[in-house]
Ligand binder design. Structure first.
Ligand code: C2E
Ligand code: MG
Ligand code: MG
Ligand code: MG
Length: 279
């Protein structure tokens, strides 16, 4: 009984602490945005037939002045609760477009930059405006921009189809992120004008050891092929996983096996043309 009480106290204390950390983070996110503490790392996406780079996923990073590196898995949900996600999302979209255009101008091969869009951002009517601004101020051709949407976005917004159709008509590439982990029905695949399915890393992790994961991934790849959708596997960490995906004719892959998300300088080092003049 005693221990039960202690456990309860421990629970409420840690819950309070978590709530406290959250509310502190909420304030610090706003300050951090003003002070320019956010930046972007880019993770290569590789075509499995040509072994060439086809895209880079933009992933936001935050080094808190006191707490150091904070994972987007922690601060994005806080930003979503407080509305700061709108400013973060705007920053990432603009910065990613500017960066991609700068790379193109510097003679790097042309690839898409993929930006994660949260459901709050998507349901706000100014998403289109933000996208227009990011494209026009950077001069990036829309075909080099990809937006990663989750299944929850598609569910939560009644006007999702129209927004997606408008984005598609502009030439922007659309993908479904974390495919298979949300609550979407297959009906959405028929209704929504998406180009790419991103198989969640949850299914890739045990692909070699768990026959069920292997079967699911195999099936998703086949389904994508039948629907003429592009399919990319996330979280590829080993050669065995890569070989499995190649054997199943998966189009693309992304993961630590190839590269971690990298700062822009590292991307340049990797993909700069060999003959580029030094000045
Ligand atoms: P996500 O969009 O599914 O991004 C993939 C996550 O998997 C990234 O984590 C990436 O660093 C990680 N990853 C990539 N390859 C591997 C691998 O081989 N193994 C493992 N274990 N992990 C791998 P990250 O950067 O911590 O981001 C976490 C999540 O935060 C993202 O998941 C996305 O949902 C969200 N996020 C990140 N940046 C943004 C952003 O700019 N806007 C919004 N709305 N959400 C973002
Ligand atoms: Mg993503
Ligand atoms: Mg994902
Ligand atoms: Mg994820």
């Amino acid at each position: 009984k005693n221990q039960g009480k202690n456990n309860f106290q421990f629970f409420t204390e840690s819950t309070n602490q978590a709530a406290l950390r959250k509310s502190k983070l909420a304030i610090d996110i706003r300050k951090g945005l003003e002070k320019g503490e956010f930046f972007i790392h880019y993770q290569p996406q590789i075509d499995l037939k040509t072994n060439k780079l086809v895209g880079l996923e933009a992933l936001v990073r935050w080094v808190h002045p006191r707490l150091g590196n904070i994972s987007p898995a922690e601060f994005i949900p806080v930003a979503e609760d407080t509305g700061s996600i709108i400013q973060i999302g705007e920053f990432v979209l603009r910065q990613a477009c500017l960066q991609n255009k700068a790379w193109q101008d510097a003679g790097l091969p042309h690839f898409r930059v993929a930006v994660n869009i949260s459901s709050h951002q998507f349901s706000r009517c100014n998403l289109m405006e933000t996208v227009h601004t990011a494209l026009s101020e950077s001069g990036l051709h829309p075909k080099y921009l990809e937006l990663e949407l989750t299944e929850s976005i598609i569910q939560s917004s009644t006007s999702a189809i129209e927004t997606m159709q408008t984005l598609k008509a502009m030439g922007i590439h659309l993908s479904i992120d974390d495919f298979g982990t949300g609550f979407s029905s297959l009906r959405y695949l028929k209704l929504f004008p998406v180009d790419t399915l991103k198989i969640d890393q949850y299914f890739i992790r045990n692909i070699i050891t768990d026959p069920k994961d292997a079967a699911l991934v195999d099936t998703i790849i086949k389904m994508a092929e039948n629907l003429r959708l592009n399919v990319i596997a996330e979280g590829v960490e080993t050669l065995e996983q890569l070989q499995f995906l190649q054997q199943k004719n998966c189009d693309q892959a992304q993961g630590y096996y190839f590269n971690r998300p990298l700062p822009p300088e590292e991307i340049e080092r990797l993909y700069q043309p060999a003959s580029s003049p030094i000045n």
